[in-house]
Write a protein that binds this ligand. Structure first.
Ligand SMILES: C[S@@+](CC[C@H](N)C(=O)[O-])C[C@H]1O[C@@H](n2cnc3c(N)ncnc32)[C@H](O)[C@@H]1O
Length: 217
């Protein structure tokens, strides 16, 4: 295995995966309680888990991942960064009821594999680990939302990162599940370009009076 790369004060083993600035911005957008319980659904190699565990040392984070190879990388990255407030959970989130109790979380956050199937180049040399992490070929954001509904306490917060062209579909789906968007940030790849991804913070069971749209970077 290659040596870990240095990212700020952290070290990561990441294999095929790059540290995307969008993901980093998403983890900056996510807020956890100073003390309490959070769940990251689809923790991958642990970028957000490590960043947030470090920012909130008194909060317990359950980091859920179902790809064995990524889960093992996550364990190594937790060790490399001496993180002690994370409980890794090897679990398919579609079976979350078998892995974690209901209503344990003050916050659930995730960036699901959201690139649509039709954007997957059929002759790609990328392996299954990468494809299942990035493309909507196995699990969809709806599965992530259903798992979050199981985990969240009432009136608590759900953070989601998705692709902007599906913003309306996603807001409709969240609202149909009583997850009410409160804060949104659109991310633009460059000045003058259309937004490609967005982040949304929603509250379970607490309808929003005013939506807050954050300024672009
Ligand atoms: C876009 S990646 C995000 C990884 C990580 N949150 C990050 O930003 O570095 C999505 C992650 O969700 C995981 N995932 C997808 N479907 C899952 C499922 N059914 N159960 C658990 N994890 C899943 C993938 O393996 C992948 O690690």
């Amino acid at each position: 295995m290659k040596d870990p790369i240095k990212f700020g004060q952290f070290l990561f083993l990441q294999r095929d995966f790059k540290i995307s600035s969008d993901n980093v911005k998403f983890f900056e957008f996510v807020k956890l309680p100073k003390r309490g319980v959070a769940v990251e659904l689809g923790a991958g190699f642990g970028l957000g888990t490590v960043m947030l565990a470090h920012r909130y040392p008194q909060t317990t984070i359950y980091a859920v991942e179902y790809q064995k190879s990524l889960y093992e990388l996550l364990l190594k990255n937790l060790e490399l960064n001496k993180v002690s407030n994370v409980k890794p959970v090897f679990c398919d989130l579609r079976e979350i009821k078998k892995c974690l109790p209901s209503q344990i979380a003050d916050v659930v956050y995730c960036n699901p594999p959201f690139w649509r199937k039709e954007f997957l180049n059929p002759s790609t040399k990328k392996g299954k680990e990468y494809i299942y992490a990035n493309f909507e070929v196995d699990t969809t954001y709806r599965d992530f939302v259903e798992a979050a509904l199981w985990l969240l306490k009432s009136y608590k917060r759900f953070f989601l990162m998705m692709d902007t062209p599906r913003f309306l579909e996603i807001v409709d789906f969240l609202r149909s599940k009583k997850l009410y968007p409160k804060r949104v940030k659109f991310v633009f790849p460059a000045k003058g370009k259309k937004s490609n991804v967005f982040f949304v913070e929603s509250f379970l069971g607490k309808p929003t009076k005013e939506l807050e749209v954050l300024p672009p970077d």
